[in-house]
Write a protein that binds this ligand. Structure first.
Ligand SMILES: Nc1ncnc2c1ncn2[C@@H]1O[C@H](COP(=O)(O)OP(=O)(O)O)[C@@H](O)[C@H]1O
Ligand SMILES: CC(C)(COP(=O)(O)O)[C@@H](O)C(=O)NCCC(=O)O
Length: 372
């Protein structure tokens, strides 16, 4: 859906590069398109500015002292407005938006483009800042429509984009398996960002938000920081990988002594998340790793459970999980894969995508350029 303030296509500044942003509650995702043939309509000075911005974005794709630099990703040989080029993917914390704007100004980004297409809540929140700091207009697009358009475009351009986890609970047999997503409808799209939005998708142009929960990626990170003293998502995931949630959670077997067979509840199922932590003795024995793992399991299982109920309600079998919560997070993906399969008697499938957090930024770029 085109925002009222949008610049019509006829007046779009069509010089390179083309930027698309998804300014989320935690992370800002920036995608830019670089044509293969740099001389196509470009002046020397534009090329120099572009090179300098690219160098800067590549080197500074992560801000702050987290000790971790985000990977700079790219996708070659994509076509935008009939031009072959490369899509570059960058992300940085939304809390550093002011720094980004100052640096973008210094690097001459504003000389290249007068309008940046943007989606996510920050497209509204930071609109005035963009105008004031870099004299740029934001062409705003709806975040869910952008997500869907970006997802379909990236999947079409990358044959290995979509996959599922086979044997998700078996450490030795578990593996990523490519999935053909060319006939995907209907499907459920679960976007795990700061919070969680669940969309029911019936066609490339038909999607509706059917549910959501505030217990999302932001909750995992926030609780993990509080409980373990960690300072970054990467650290939280690293701790979780070393921990054991059964030291923290109360399982069915802790209550029943085994399975609750009559109602099909296996003994190893979590009966009460963090349920052991009301005991001082237990609390004195848990590690930071155990707490991180239990937080990850709690948040992930809750999302899986809501997603499964939505899938039943919407009568869909494919559930696609995206969002940066799943970044470097195979534990959560495998939990979701297992939960969807187990509780649906294998009638539902959890699907995942390689560029999990970038679809909004790509989608608004496509819409701006009429590539829908
Ligand atoms: N480097 C990171 N910094 C902060 N959060 C991260 C990072 N990588 C992954 N995450 C996870 O991704 C979530 C944000 O996901 P994202 O899809 O970008 O949502 P939003 O659009 O709300 O920012 C965070 O809440 C956190 O769980
Ligand atoms: C408000 C949001 C759409 C913002 O998207 P996000 O930045 O989290 O990706 C999302 O956080 C959300 O849907 N939250 C859950 C609200 C609820 O249904 O309770």
């Amino acid at each position: 859906m085109l925002d009222r303030n949008i610049v019509p296509m006829t007046s779009v500044n069509s010089t390179m590069p083309w930027f698309g942003m998804d300014i989320g509650g935690t992370l800002s995702k920036l995608v830019y398109f670089e044509p293969k043939d740099m001389m196509q309509g470009e002046s020397e000075s534009e090329i120099e500015i572009l090179k300098s911005i690219r160098k800067y974005l590549t080197k500074n794709s992560s801000y702050g002292k987290t000790g971790h630099r985000d990977t700079h990703l790219q996708m070659d040989n994509v076509v935008l407005r009939g031009i072959v080029g490369t899509l570059h993917f960058i992300r940085f914390p939304t809390s550093k938006m002011k720094n980004f704007l100052v640096l973008a100004n210094q690097k001459g980004m504003a000389k290249l483009v007068t309008t940046v297409c943007a989606t996510g809540g920050g497209a509204y929140k930071f609109e005035e800042d963009f105008k004031r700091e870099v004299n740029m207009k934001l062409a705003k697009y709806d975040e869910f429509e952008s997500l869907l358009k970006g997802l379909l475009y990236i999947d079409k351009n990358n044959p290995t984009e979509c996959y599922y986890w086979s044997n998700p609970t078996d450490g030795t047999k578990c593996s990523k398996v490519q999935y053909d997503f060319s006939s995907p409808y209907p499907f459920l799209l679960v976007n795990i960002g700061s919070g969680v939005s669940i969309l029911s998708v019936n066609s490339a142009t038909e999607c509706k938000r059917v549910s959501g929960t505030s217990l999302g990626g932001g909750t995992f990170l926030g609780l993990c920081c509080l409980l373990t003293g960690c300072n970054s998502f990467e650290e939280a995931i690293g701790l979780a990988a070393e921990g054991d949630h059964t030291h923290v959670d109360k399982l069915v077997k802790d209550i029943y002594g085994g399975d609750y067979a009559k109602f099909g509840l296996p003994g190893d199922l979590v009966a009460s998340s963090f349920g052991q932590m009301n005991s001082r003795d237990r609390r004195s024995k848990v590690s930071r790793q155990d707490l991180a793992r239990a937080t990850l399991v709690t948040i992930t299982n809750n999302i899986g459970s809501i997603a499964r109920m939505c899938a039943i309600q919407q009568k869909v079998e494919r559930v696609v999980f995206i969002g940066n919560f799943l970044r470097v997070n195979p534990i959560a993906m495998k939990l979701l894969a297992y939960a969807m399969e187990y509780w649906s008697n294998a009638s539902m499938k959890a699907l995942f995508l390689e560029h999990e957090g970038y679809f909004g930024a790509v989608g608004c770029l496509l819409q701006y350029h009429g590539e829908t």
